[in-house]
Design a protein around this ligand. Structure first.
Ligand code: HH2
Length: 258
């Protein structure tokens, strides 16, 4: 899954794809490089970020999604807002990716159930503005597993088919670096929930901390190492900025493992 943030303020690629023509070019390049899905987001959810209105979010993502879908690309929409999910699906998005696990907007779960689209349910606590203060765990893998199980049950109760759901522990969301590291080491615990796991480690703070690289865009090597480690521990989908490098690394990895 290639990341396409159509935002002015995302933590590593903010402002790069604000112009729709550049966004389309970047998305086509990701697919040519081997991405199966392009994840389009119009709201930064980095720690401490402020929310944008669904209207602003839609003005950013809908034209881009419409153009990408018309060109035959498989698009997911990265949003917490049901109105944006609806507008994105109407514009041709195929997948919903919600960092709140369909808990932020009370209308979201029913919408996804009715539209029968695949959905990524991610774990977080609070909102991007409050989540850092909620990163308190005794056993992070156990607690994230238990909280994701509740999110999964709610989605199933809303009528979403189990086979439409992928789960994501939310690396960096209400997790300090030590929590993200412990979660990746213990990813097998989340696999017991019985759904495919999506992991987003790309350029995140713990990668910077472990590699000693402060600038997010320069964390490519560390991101590749963390992504391969996540696959080794059971991840099925990697959400990444650097598609070509990730695809090359995965090809070498799979061939060596074969
Ligand atoms: N991470 C980000 C955004 N959306 N969705 C899923 N499922 N998993 C993630 O780990 C995830 C996500 C944050 O990264 P990014 O989009 O690069 O930055 P920003 O939120 O600043 O736009």
């Amino acid at each position: 899954m290639g990341i396409l943030n159509v935002t002015p303020d995302s933590f590593s690629d903010g402002g790069r794809h604000a112009d729709p023509a550049r966004a389309l070019e970047a998305a086509h390049a990701m697919v040519a490089d081997g991405a199966d899905v392009v994840d389009v987001g119009g709201e930064s959810t980095r720690p401490g970020s402020s929310p944008v209105s669904p209207a602003v979010e839609q003005a950013r993502v809908v034209p881009v999604i419409r153009a990408l879908a018309a060109a035959g690309l498989r698009v997911s929409v990265d949003t917490r807002n049901a109105a944006t999910m609806r507008a994105a699906l109407d514009a041709g998005a195929a997948i919903v990716n919600d960092v709140s696990g369909l808990t932020f907007d009370p209308a979201a779960a029913a919408l996804v159930a009715v539209r029968r689209c695949p959905v990524v349910l991610m774990h977080m606590r609070g909102t991007p503005a409050t989540m850092s203060s909620l990163a308190v765990y005794d056993d992070v893998a156990e607690e994230v597993r238990a909280e994701l199980a509740i999110v999964l049950d709610r989605a199933l109760a809303a009528g979403i088919a189990p086979e439409a759901i992928a789960l994501d522990p939310g690396i960096g969301f209400a997790k300090h670096a030590a929590h993200s590291i412990a979660l990746l080491r213990d990813l097998a615990k989340l696999a017991t929930l019985g759904r495919p796991l999506l992991i987003g480690v790309s350029r995140k703070a713990f990668v910077g901390q472990l590699s000693g690289v402060a600038e997010p865009a320069a964390r490519r090597g560390g991101s590749l190492a963390a992504g391969l480690f996540a696959v080794l521990r059971g991840a099925s989908i990697l959400r990444v900025h650097d598609v070509a490098e990730t695809v090359h690394a995965l090809r070498v990895w799979h061939n060596l493992c074969a």
